[in-house]
Unconditional design. Sequence first.
Length: 375
Amino acid sequence: MPPRAVFVGHDVYRRPAYGTLHPLAIPRVESVVDLCRALGWLPAHDYEPSPVASEDELAAFHDRAYIAALREGSAGRALDAEARRRHNLGTFENPLFAGVFERASTSVGGSIHAARLALQGRTAYHPAGGTHHGRRERAHGFCFFNDPVFALLTLLDAGLERVAYVDLDAHHGDGVEDAFAADDRVALASIHEAGRWPFTGTLESCRPGRVLNLPVPPGFADAELALLLDEVLLPFVASFSPQAIVLTCGADALAGDPLAHMALSNVALWNAVDRLAACASAAVVLGGGGYNPWTLARYWAGLWARLSARAVPAELPDAARAVLAALSCDLIDEDDVQPSWTTRLADAPNAAPVRREIVDLRDAALARLNAKARA
């Protein structure tokens, strides 16, 4: 029997991308791979190369005119002003750079492949996935294509009738929610920071059995996640009885991320992903946002350890420390880089108590779900 967990990756993510000042112009997936290899966690039988999605595959969700425009821009051909406006390309948010089409297509191909592996009984981990803002006809929020949509479509096209999507990124997964808002085969849940871009995913959008949005305040900590997980999120997912689950696990929900103000430890998120992935017999685990290369690499490498049943060491060996010590980020001052970010994988727990506003959020979410269910 093949090992249950499988890591889907590709060397395209080692190539320069996004320019020099973009928040994603930092080492991300490649550092996770290097860290896992330094720890001896990526033997060849655990690693699956990501295919590149074809244009026909991309057209299962994305508009062909948009696909063509991104391909042309990626090759260095000028797009007219109307095409750039219509498809939201060539902006600081969604810059055009050499290879962007291949990179985005590989992310989609990886999520399609991960979903197929999940259907074979594997827990498929694709940290380069999680581009959850992408729209059918335009780029949005650093996301050119929407690979979680393709993971879900692959599961549905295989004949599954109930698939859950859970988003733990600091930013609401608006593109995925909008893509499946009218599809009763998909339940959608998200915990994200309130008042943060894209300013969607309000509590008022909750719908029994189908949509659960939990916008949390800045400083969201471990015990608060545990409360919402135990009393709202897990019961919501369980009530749908999913045959498969797709998870987006953005590292921007961690303490220390420069583009969000949540304060979770990576251990709290590992625990949450463990429990959510166990809600269905098929699980696809994707990456997402994350703009602190140290916290991201440690979170996603440790997440692979959890999914593949490997022990996380108390202290990192020298080879792993070297991977983390080589990282840099213009968004984070050198004085703010914590010693533990280069010496340990697991964060110390955030022991902050549960605040009243989290209890109120729990109560309000349950009241909305229960009231609508009775109606």
